[in-house]
Design a protein around this ligand. Sequence first.
Ligand code: FAD
Length: 477
Amino acid sequence: EPVIVWFRQDLRLSDNPALLAARDSDRPVLPVFILDLESPGAWAPGPASLWWLHHSLESLSRDLEETGARLWLGKGKADEIIPALAREVQASAVYWNRRYEPWAIARDSRLKSALKQDGVEVRSFNAGLLIEPWDISTNEGKPYRVYTPFWKSLKAKGDPRAPGPRVERLDFYGGAPESDALSDWNLLPAKPDWAGGLRETWTPGEAGAHTRLETFLDERIADYDSARNRPGIAGTSGLSAHLHHGEISPHQVWHAVKARAGGSLSKGEDSFLSEIGWREFCYNLLYHFPEFPEENYQDKFDAFPWKENEDALTAWKKGLTGYPIVDAGMRQLWETGWMHNRVRMIAGSFLVKDLMIDWRRGEDWFWHTLVDADLANNAAGWQWIAGSGADAAPFFRIFNPVSQGEKFDAQGRYVRRWVPEIAGLPDAFIHKPWEADRETLRKAGVTLGKTYPRPIVDHKQARERALEAWNEIKDAA
Ligand code: FAD
């Protein structure tokens, strides 16, 4: 009577509470993964995320083989496949680690009752958050809506639990029906193969996650506080997609940082952990306000006069807006499946405020193109940028793409890397090619409107237009 361990967003063997409990159950273990693209509806993982998933599952399968087990793969609605599989192998129990997306909570509770009706034991565990959203609230017992007190309160609870050990051996249950082959799922792009830049940039899987963390702790965390805002250098951890897929847990990250820090945290360490805190806060918002990914958190934004402008939206997606820092970000996203946080804010602000395009269009594009696409973090990021969220940047703070570029990419390294057609411009014009004189442009081999676009909107005018729209809605209840 095996225990089924259902892997989901916890694609790792170390610090995996569900797997550990199954190992210690004295029963044979059947590890499974279900590709369930139906239950999430509109929030089924996008192509970049599926690319990552493919490689992460490859890595997990290899790691499981070393323990003596084989990962069983099935495709379809998990709340149908799991009960059927449990019946077929006469499983005594199904264990999994929790997810927090509204669709996942709904599906998992359906599944739980179905299994219980069949007399199958169900246990779910915490594996992906430092604190369960229902275990933290304000003095009035309400969910936090503001980050700073949330983070203070989380830290005041002391260190989160220490990470669990790695599972080295499993008593594998070999009687399962035939599994799908990963390659049958066609998760990788074929024609055209757009994943070259992703392959060059990332190593999905648990080992890759730990290498990233180690490199970051060895080389970058000391300067993180200042370097994290400079997109032209590798100043951040690059852990987001690993964390999203659960190849590493926030507990492992937390304790690794603390172990290096010894007594008190340096500025870089403190600032890094507070970003891990933002992730917790985003999940807290998603759990308590489940309509957050689709609806303005602040109702008054429902009346905002968003514009339908397919041409502008396409220019934004392709990195052809004529604003170098925006274009660099959008191209980095397309090439590598990731964009630097500072530039996510600049490019996001440009879409929502300069182009006045609904933040949900940006959220959707990011969802398709990011390897770290995450319902909680993405929705919170977009609502923050739009000003419509909880604890969001006020709408009237509109990022200036030129001064942001000049401040955070002063030597233009980032722009030159991703927008090579203007790389020959001197630093003084790298963020505003339209201000360069003819001779300078000629020397740099730039013909505006031909080799690189002129700005699709004038920022100053666009800013005024956005503020007028804001004035119309800002006093609404
Ligand atoms: P680091 O700076 O090394 O941070 C460490 C970890 O902390 C990250 O891996 C991430 O898990 C977490 N983190 C950092 N910043 C944030 C943040 N602002 N909000 C929540 N968690 C954070 N992050 C995603 O993981 N998935 C998304 O889909 C996503 N969409 C975003 C959309 C917009 C419009 C914006 C402005 C931000 C978005 N972010 C998203 C947050 C942030 O940009 C990324 O987490 C970060 O850039 C990932 O790079 P890193 O791992 O090197 O980050």
